[in-house]
Design a protein around this ligand. Structure first.
Ligand code: KG4
Ligand code: ZN
Length: 361
């Protein structure tokens, strides 16, 4: 296999992103350019992402974001091996913008199209900056997802657990909102928590004795909202610190179970743990997981912060890895609001009531 150079496009939430990534014949990834256009200012007045506003903003900026990525990479269109675009899961209006843009590029330039699952992008994101061989245990924690997956390779993920209500990032965002913090809430809550003492509040510990690796954050969200109303301004930082510690603790507790379940199949040198997704940017979460990995003898990797939150470099890399396996998609590839990585587990053991169109993730 020769080197592959792939343009990636990501528009599934509120980042309009494009990147160019080269995957060498020996499997090494180099990010030639990664551009992320943020729409935060447009959503901030509403306290969260408004799908319609996101889709319109993607339409307005996708062209210039892709042009900037190509210019920064110094790559001519003729040097590209393929174009990869997120085809789901996500906000459907936004997904359609990026996927249609990717199809147009593929058609105009005669390139193969790779329709990428956004979650597979997060799954490979740590491989953008470090050599991490398959298989690895992945904790994917973002605003929309909270899952533990065993990743044996591209297209080969087994879901070990998932949230039965909110995602961890959603919990950060909603609790931040009830604390009166600006959107996006996760980073704002972490900043406030930095000056607080986490020990003063009694918060619920969801699913504590329950077997398996599922997560639940709705009890914490309700308890925190109640405490916010009773807590004086001077103690808000302590409450933020307590909430952050509770989320970190649950993530580590469930990851511990997944590590113990996977360990018997893996020789000690092959126990690799990766955390990815926006919440992996949180220092307390990283530390809890790092300590756990050290305790149980697993390696620990997290992508650099720029690749934790949504970006197109991870989509380009997932696309390049798919292309290397000969996996491309026709121009009729659908945009999918719901698209579980482990479709069998999602169908057999849905953590949410499956909607009309099936399990979300
Ligand atoms: O991966 P991502 O950019 O988008 C999704 O695919 O959801 O994750 C965004 C989520 C948001 O909920 C945001 O509040 C959270 O990641 N997040 C954080 C931090 N940075 C981002 N949560 C806690 N602490 C942070 N430092
Ligand atoms: Zn994401």
């Amino acid at each position: 296999m020769s080197d592959l150079t792939v343009l990636g496009v990501e528009t599934s939430c509120d980042e309009t992103a494009a990147a160019v990534v080269r995957l060498s014949a020996s499997g090494e990834a180099t990010v030639l350019a990664s551009v992320v256009g943020l729409q935060t200012d447009q959503h901030a007045p509403f306290g969260g992402v408004v799908p319609e506003i996101a889709a319109r903003a993607h339409v307005e900026t996708i062209d210039s974001v892709v042009a900037e990525a190509m210019a920064r990479a110094g790559t001519g269109w003729g040097e590209l091996s393929a174009v990869a675009a997120t085809a789901g899961p996500g906000l459907i209006g936004g997904v359609m913008v990026g996927l249609s843009f990717g199809k147009a590029v593929a058609l105009a330039r005669g390139l193969p199209l790779v329709a990428v699952n956004h979650l597979e992008g997060h799954a490979v994101s740590a491989r953008l900056a470090a050599r991490i061989d398959y298989p690895f245990l992945l904790l994917l924690v973002s605003g929309g997802h909270c899952q533990l997956l065993r990743v044996d390779g591209i297209g080969a993920c087994t879901r070990l657990g998932s949230t039965i209500d909110d995602a961890a990032g959603e919990a950060f965002d909603k609790i931040a909102k009830s604390l009166g913090l600006p959107y996006p809430g996760g980073p704002a809550l972490e900043k406030l928590a930095a000056t607080g003492n986490p020990d003063g509040f009694d918060l619920p510990r969801a699913l504590l004795g329950r077997p398996g690796c599922d997560f639940s954050f709705s009890g914490l969200k309700t308890a925190a909202a109640k405490l916010v109303a009773e807590t004086p301004e001077a103690r808000r930082a302590d409450l933020a610190a307590a909430v952050q510690a509770a989320i970190a603790r649950q993530l580590a507790e469930r990851t511990r179970r997944a590590m113990l379940a996977c360990a018997p199949d893996l020789p000690p040198g092959e126990r690799r743990f990766v955390v990815a997704g926006g919440v992996a940017a949180n220092g307390a979460v990283r530390k809890a997981l790092q300590d756990l990995a050290a305790e149980l003898g697993w390696s620990f990797d997290a992508p650099p912060l720029a690749y934790c939150t949504d970006n197109a470099a991870m989509i380009a890399l997932a696309g390049a890895e798919r292309l290397a396996l000969g996996l491309t998609d026709p121009l009729s590839a659908p945009a999918r609001p719901r698209w579980p990585l482990d479709a069998a587990a999602a169908a057999e053991r849905p953590t949410h009531l499956p909607g009309r169109k099936g399990a979300k993730a």
